[in-house]
Design a binder for this molecule. Structure first.
Ligand SMILES: [Fe+2]
Ligand SMILES: [Fe+2]
Length: 197
């Protein structure tokens, strides 16, 4: 993966010294997630052609989507971002997004089980379902929710600092210090593995 400028700013920041707005932080995390999904898609194509299930590849994927996406990114959205825009956003949209988070979590557990049991067909099937679900989910957040943050902060700049603090609280609670670089490294590693096989 070529690290994009937004991901590089994110990687070299800490939750308390972030140089990004909350919207930019969430979008940077999506950029990183999309890079990992691209590698998962390539690896799934490899599996479909009859290649072996590479446990080191899928262990990194589970670390990324289980520990980073669900424990950190999802919590920033559900516990912090969605509440901030609750007055402006459609309730149906926020409820649907939260439901999609739960579905993605269940898929992650299923994927984990398939990988542990070495079931490549189930891994392939679940990878496709996850890819489709997460790409659509991120598209909806980027079009229907994230722009509301910028609009909200124009009217109430103090709330931007409050949201930034709540993001930092979440991240510090679920990730060890300096962990952002680890997840960027995973995305690089997955990209290299899928390019060189
Ligand atoms: Fe989300
Ligand atoms: Fe998201």
């Amino acid at each position: 993966m070529t690290v994009t400028e937004d991901v590089e700013i994110w990687r070299t920041s800490t939750p308390r010294t972030s140089r990004q707005s909350p919207e930019a932080e969430l979008r940077s995390e999506h950029t990183l997630m999309r890079a990992v999904l691209a590698s998962v898609e390539t690896e799934a194509q490899r599996l479909a052609r009859g290649a072996s299930l590479r446990t080191e590849f899928w262990a990194d994927v589970i670390d990324f989507i289980g520990n980073f996406v669900h424990l950190c990114h999802r919590a920033k959205e559900e516990r912090c971002c969605f509440d901030t825009v609750r007055d402006e956003a459609s309730r149906a949209v926020l409820d649907a997004l939260a439901k999609e988070h739960k579905k993605a979590e269940a898929l992650t557990f299923e994927l984990c089980g398939a990988i542990e049991s070495g079931d490549w067909e189930q891994t392939l099937r679940l990878a496709h379902v996850y890819l489709h679900a997460m790409r659509g989910h991120m598209d909806r957040e980027e079009s229907d929710v994230f722009p509301l943050l910028a609009a909200r902060f124009l009217e109430a700049p103090a709330s931007e600092e409050a949201l930034r603090e709540s993001f930092a609280d979440v991240e510090e609670a679920v990730l060890p210090a300096g962990r952002r670089a680890h997840y960027v490294e995973i995305s690089r590693r997955l990209a290299v593995m899928t390019k060189t096989s």
